[in-house]
Design a binder for this molecule. Structure first.
Ligand SMILES: Cc1ncc(COP(=O)(O)O)c(C=O)c1O
Length: 397
């Protein structure tokens, strides 16, 4: 039985639209990620999962330790439901959530927030000023892991922290160490230009060469710089962890001595944008099914919904991929529509009204902002239905 038959058989009792998670694909992806990590623990990036039940399944496997959350309200919620060791990877200015963090000993013990400037500490102090018995706030230093060349005129990577060099990191670490109410416990440096950029984009040889060159140089530069930064900060305070990497860089980041843990999330679902890396593959695990609702002309079928573009620089690569049956593509005049999406291609000839088309999202967790639940498929059966964050009424971003 091929995957299309298997998915159609498993979900024959369901009316699309709905989303599924193929558990055997998820397990195989998780094993592949662990193999690539060479024994270093992987902290699970929740933004790329966005379902508590799925996070719990992943964390039950050996080798995955802790959560990398995307907002403080999310982290507080996760800890209140039993999760532990949660690093919020992006700075927070949510005053109410900070006050809650400072008031709640369990949350303050299990959650670490991200800082990269004194303003972040000032904001925490003002947000928690009225909290009786204020708990110590655990903080992690975010470091810019981007790549600069030609005297800074060329830059690759995401714009995050202003802290780039070891003296800046040591300076901020010293100020945190001196400041009552805070404890510096970690350093994080995310090399998006390696982890999040596929080095094997199809049909673009010049771009491919440029990406590979940039990534090789960036990796080389980062090994030295990250090592220097971590050494400088460790002279000021003991660190519990040094976090780096992402799905696309696991095996590279894991090789760095200074890094104690890798962050990764997308690899579990293996969305479309992760098809274009030389170093690893994966199995599409998260899919959504849309029903064929009409056939406007021979060779064209229209499915309900479908306009779920992924975040990032807009472009065709951000659209979901019509995945099964093979041989479907968007009508270039319409793309993926708000309430309906025409599809053309050979396979459209054989599809009937009421059939379903299976899609992959371009990114991982954003799929879960569209669906209230994930139907878990094992073999050719649905074995469970679990809520997404949205299904639990939680939309953090
Ligand atoms: C701080 C940080 N670490 C790691 C990642 C990698 O996540 P993923 O493995 O889902 O690509 C990201 C993604 O944006 C990130 O922001």
């Amino acid at each position: 039985m091929d995957d299309l038959q298997r998915y159609n058989r498993a979900t024959a009792h369901l009316d699309p639209p709905f989303a599924v998670l193929d558990l055997s694909a998820l397990r195989a992806n998780a094993e592949g990620m662990l193999h690539r990590a060479h024994g270093k623990p992987i902290r699970v990036a929740s933004k790329s999962i966005r379902s508590r039940a799925v996070l719990e399944r992943i964390l039950a496997m050996d080798g995955f330790t802790g959560i990398m959350a995307f907002t403080l309200p999310e982290a507080l919620w996760l800890v209140s439901t039993g999760m532990r060791n949660v690093l919020v990877a992006y700075p927070t200015v949510d005053r109410a959530a900070l006050a809650e963090l400072a008031a709640e000993p369990l949350a303050a013990r299990e959650i670490t927030v991200m800082v990269d400037q004194i303003d972040h500490l000032d904001l925490v102090d003002s947000a928690v000023a009225g909290v009786p018995d204020r708990q110590e706030i655990r903080v992690c230093l975010d470091i810019d892991a981007g790549y600069l060349a030609f005297g800074g005129r060329f830059r690759a990577g995401v714009r995050r922290s202003p802290i780039r060099e070891s003296d800046q990191a040591a300076d901020l670490a010293t100020q945190i160490a001196k400041r009552p109410g805070f404890r510096l416990v970690g350093v994080m440096a995310y090399e998006a230009q390696i982890a999040g950029v596929g080095d094997d984009p199809p049909g673009k040889p010049a771009l491919t060469r440029a990406i590979r060159l940039m990534q090789t140089r960036s990796q080389r530069e980062l090994i030295t710089r990250r090592g220097r930064i971590v050494q400088a900060v460790r002279q000021i305070t003991d660190l519990e962890f040094v976090n780096g990497g992402g799905t696309g860089s696991i095996e590279k980041t894991a090789r760095e001595r200074a890094v104690t843990e890798i962050a990764a999330g997308s690899g579990f679902f293996h969305p479309r944008l992760f098809d274009f890396y030389r170093g690893f593959g994966g199995h599409p695990a998260a899919l959504f099914a849309l029903p064929v609702v009409r056939r406007p002309a021979p060779g064209v079928v229209t499915v309900l919904g479908g306009g779920y573009p992924a975040s990032g620089t807009p472009g065709a690569d951000r659209l979901p991929q019509p995945y099964l049956p093979c041989g479907l593509r968007y009508d270039p005049d319409e793309g993926a529509g708000e309430v309906q999406t025409p599809l053309v291609g050979q396979a459209a000839e054989d599809l009937r009204t009421g059939d379903r088309v299976w899609f992959r999202h371009a990114k991982a967790g954003e799929l879960c902002e569209r669906f209230a639940s994930l139907h878990l498929i094992d073999g050719d059966r649905v074995v469970d239905e679990v809520p997404t964050y949205r299904g639990e009424g939680r939309t953090f971003l």
